[in-house]
Design a protein around this ligand. Structure first.
Ligand code: MRU
Length: 511
């Protein structure tokens, strides 16, 4: 018989009238094989988290119904067992769904119920391999570094699922394609699923990882040590709010603040269309002793009042994407189309302005849409994360974008203006622009020597203006990390003129 005795293989097996699994509470120190022969024993294993993780709970629930059907003749008794199983933990929708799916075959007899439960286990591996593969591709697309530094929370790996993993499945995909540098593993108080299970699984797979206390995660995000946060989910509401292990919301808030993508990987079965939003999700409250003691040692003194929710709700607006076996879902309602398409729709083309023969691109529409401006700013910031310390914006239409980028990056904004507008001392440069000649100025003290600037403007045409700004930055003794523009007019030589600097454009159009 196969046992799920390692980090590979099936998590839950049926063996001659028993459900066989590993006790997740004794790992990594002790490998305890559980042989559960009653529904009561299964409920106890679920309640004390010997079996845990949303997809694994779904399979366990289905196998529990099979166990009851195997042992009892009356429908009433099996339905009672099913109801008790479904209620063993309230937050993960997968548990109640697994129970109800298996129960749906009860009319065909006990063997059909078992067949459904075992089919769920096989399906779970296939589904999560697909979801996590798609998530790995998305992360590679979103993060510019060749190898990613990923932060994950709780344990979403093989034992938390049928045998592959959701968020940790994406980590395995990244490692297999040599796109992974390091996994930051939060310890996940109070029950330490990260420290005990995720670190164990990564060690077993020889994947580089680093354990941190939950409260160190925001600091890692703030200091540019992390390229993306990837977590699983216990229930995803119809509006995209995500219930997951306590601490997930804090991670998402910190990730959003520091423009780090926050991606949720889950099977479609974790999405609950019947639950409109996070407020409607029941959050399991756990015993006080889990907080007052660590690994069985009393820390705070028994009787200390405790707040111990097992899960929290991450609002949809903090979720970059939910990735399932079927789709990449960006639940934020203000993001119905791709950013480049939206910028295109918001850009007006004005013929013969300001002179005959010129096709003026008016991006005022982007500045009129806070969601589009914010998203564009975040896109530019995430392309230069950790590479810049000043944002430089060019008069006049570069200013609103510059302010948005500076706020998104939490970095100082430097203004470049036409001559006579800034008080000195000044650096100054004269330059050719599309329709004549002009002078640009910047305050000498705006960027300290050694600074690294990201220069932003609304439109890149010939590159004359931005090349002049490069000279102003260099006059400060600072360097240019690159450029960020909303719209590049191709064919006018702008990118070539700015070479060898990097240019990130949200949208490119023929001139
Ligand atoms: O209390 P737990 O350990 O069951 O909580 C588990 C989680 O929150 C996981 O992140 C979630 O179930 C996804 S597991 C693939």
């Amino acid at each position: 018989m196969r046992y799920p005795l390692s980090t590979t293989g099936s998590t839950l097996l049926w063996d001659a009238g028993a459900i066989v699994t590993l006790d997740q509470t004794t790992l990594p120190h002790r490998r305890t094989v559980l042989r559960l022969t009653t529904v009561d024993a299964l409920i106890d294993a679920i309640a004390r988290l010997a079996i845990r993780g949303a997809p694994a709970l779904g399979i366990a629930g289905a196998l529990g119904v099979a166990l009851s059907a195997h042992q009892h003749r009356t429908q009433e008794r099996i339905h009672t067992d099913a109801a008790r199983l479904a209620a063993a933990r309230p937050t993960a929708v997968n548990l109640a769904r697994g129970v109800s799916r298996a129960l749906g075959r009860l009319g065909e007899g006990a063997a059909a119920v078992l067949a459904e439960a075992t089919a769920m286990a096989v399906e779970d591996v296939r589904v999560n391999q697909a979801a996590s593969g798609r998530a790995a591709d998305l992360l590679v697309d979103m993060c510019p570094r060749p190898r990613l530094r990923v932060l994950t929370h709780c344990h979403t790996g093989r034992l938390a699922t049928g045998g592959w993993g959701t968020a940790l499945g994406a980590v395995h995909h990244l490692a297999a394609s040599d796109r992974l540098e390091l996994v930051f593993v939060t310890e996940t108080r109070p029950l330490l699923q990260g420290a005990r299970l995720t670190a164990w699984e990564l060690r077993d797979a020889d994947i580089p990882h680093r354990l941190l206390v939950d409260s160190a995660a925001a600091s890692a995000l703030a200091t540019g040590m992390v390229d993306c946060v990837v977590v699983g989910a216990d229930r995803i509401a119809a509006n995209g709010d995500v219930a997951n292990k306590i601490g997930t919301y804090a991670l998402a808030a910190a990730a959003s603040h520091h423009n780090v993508p926050f991606v949720v990987v889950a099977p479609e079965s974790t999405i609950d269309e019947d639950t409109p939003d996070g407020a409607a999700i029941a959050i399991e409250q756990r015993p006080e002793s889990e907080v007052t003691a660590v690994a069985g040692i009393d820390i705070a003194g028994t009787g200390t009042p405790v707040f111990n929710p097992a899960f929290d709700i991450t609002p949809a607006r903090l979720v970059t994407a939910v990735v399932t076996e079927d789709r990449v879902w960006r639940p934020t309602p203000e993001d119905p189309a791709s950013l480049a398409e939206r910028i295109g729709r918001l850009c007006a083309v004005v013929e013969d302005f300001p002179r005959p023969g010129v096709r003026f691109r008016d991006l005022a529409g982007v500045y009129g849409r806070p969601a589009a401006l914010r998203e564009a700013a975040h896109a530019l910031v995430s392309s230069y994360r950790g590479e810049v310390d000043h944002i430089v914006a060019v008069e006049a239409r570069g200013f609103p974008l510059g302010a948005a980028v500076a706020l998104a990056a939490d970095l100082p904004l430097v203004l470049v203006r036409k001559s006579g507008k800034l008080p000195g001392p000044l650096h100054s440069v004269s330059y050719d622009l599309e329709y004549g000649q002009d002078v640009l100025e910047m305050q000498e003290s705006a960027i300290p020597p050694g600074g690294r600037a990201l220069i932003v403007d609304d439109v890149l045409a010939t590159g004359g203006t931005l090349a002049a700004v490069t000279k102003l930055v260099n006059q400060c003794g600072a360097s240019v990390a690159g450029f960020g523009v909303l719209l590049e007019l191709a064919g006018l030589g702008g990118v070539h003129r700015l070479h060898p600097h990097r240019v990130v454009t949200i949208r490119t159009e023929p001139s």
